[in-house]
Design a protein around this ligand. Structure first.
Ligand SMILES: Nc1ncnc2c1ncn2[C@@H]1O[C@H](COP(=O)(O)OP(=O)(O)OP(=O)(O)O)[C@@H](O)[C@H]1O
Ligand SMILES: [Mg+2]
Length: 270
């Protein structure tokens, strides 16, 4: 019997172009195993957000489109599904920069995440579950989001996504602008949700150190390409990853592009 987990999301050789001319993703392929945490790592402008947006079909508002390749959810092509259809299928994205509704309370924000659901009792149970995972949100349930801390707003954004009862959460840069201790707190909750609720996560992160501590698998992205991938534990111990992404180098080389063997690593480029 095979112990290989099923692949829930399969991104296969996608290209993304913005404004009809700017080629940003140059053939990105990745697999997200069911019930695991996968991370897309890389610096500013590498293409992490674009990859998540391609999956959740949120590129249109940015004048972007997938021009090549395919995206499958449990074997079904999803490129032509609307973001709302994807929510129905259990795929929800938490945007970069949190995007809580500033004038709504924390609880009102959370409730906006359940707009597709009709069973009030189920929704109420879901809300209690979110408060269970995020006790801080329960304390602040009647506070206007604008007056809560950055960490609480990030928790609110994740909590709101959970109100749609998703099986897959695409989480964009959860560490952005947060103190290390709060980042850790957020990741601990993500891990908990993954373990106990079996939610699959695909997380885009510049904070390689934190992401590799919690993820099962990582993809490293540079200039719209995956340049390396592997089990998080292998990536953590990889000399190049340590040097370029974990701040343990101090040398001249800053990315896989600077490495002679870069071409060999670009194995996703057919
Ligand atoms: N709407 C857009 N129109 C044109 N170019 C864009 C658009 N959005 C992003 N880009 C470009 O696409 C590239 C990838 O951007 P993306 O936001 O996906 O990177 P990222 O890895 O998420 O970076 P960061 O860590 O800073 O969030 C960048 O060069 C960016 O300038
Ligand atoms: Mg981004």
């Amino acid at each position: 019997m095979s112990t290989t987990p099923n692949i829930v999301l399969n991104v296969n050789g996608i290209e993304v172009i913005y404004n009809h001319v700017i080629l940003v993703l140059k053939g990105v392929s990745l697999n997200v195993p069911e019930g695991k945490i996968a991370a897309i790592l890389g610096g500013n402008g590498a293409g992490k957000t674009t990859t998540l947006r391609a999956i959740s079909n949120l590129l249109k508002g940015e004048r972007g489109e997938v021009t090549k390749g395919s995206i499958e959810l449990r074997g079904e092509r999803i490129e032509n599904l609307s973001p709302a259809d994807l929510v129905q299928k259990g795929v929800v994205q938490v945007m970069e920069g949190r995007h809580c509704f500033a004038h709504l309370t924390i609880e009102e924000n959370l409730m906006t995440g359940s707009y597709t659901r009709t069973d009030k009792a189920e929704v109420a149970r879901n809300l209690e579950k979110v408060y269970n995972y995020f006790p801080r949100l329960k304390t602040r349930r009647t506070s206007q989001a604008a007056y809560t801390s950055g960490g609480e707003q990030q928790m609110c954004a994740i909590g709101r996504a959970l109100m749609a009862n998703p099986s897959v959460v695409l989480l964009d840069e959860p560490s952005m602008g947060l103190a290390p201790q709060i980042v850790e707190e957020v990741f601990e909750i993500v891990k908990d949700l993954n373990t106990k609720e079996k939610v699959t996560f695909l997380i885009a992160e510049q904070n390689t150190n934190m992401a590799l501590k919690y993820a099962d698998y990582g993809y490293i992205m540079e200039s719209g390409r995956i340049v390396m991938d592997g089990a998080a534990s292998d990536l953590r111990n990889n000399e190049d990853v340590k040097e370029f992404y974990l701040g343990m180098g101090g040398g001249e080389r800053k990315s896989f592009k600077d490495v002679k063997s870069y071409k060999r690593r670009k194995r996703w480029l057919a």
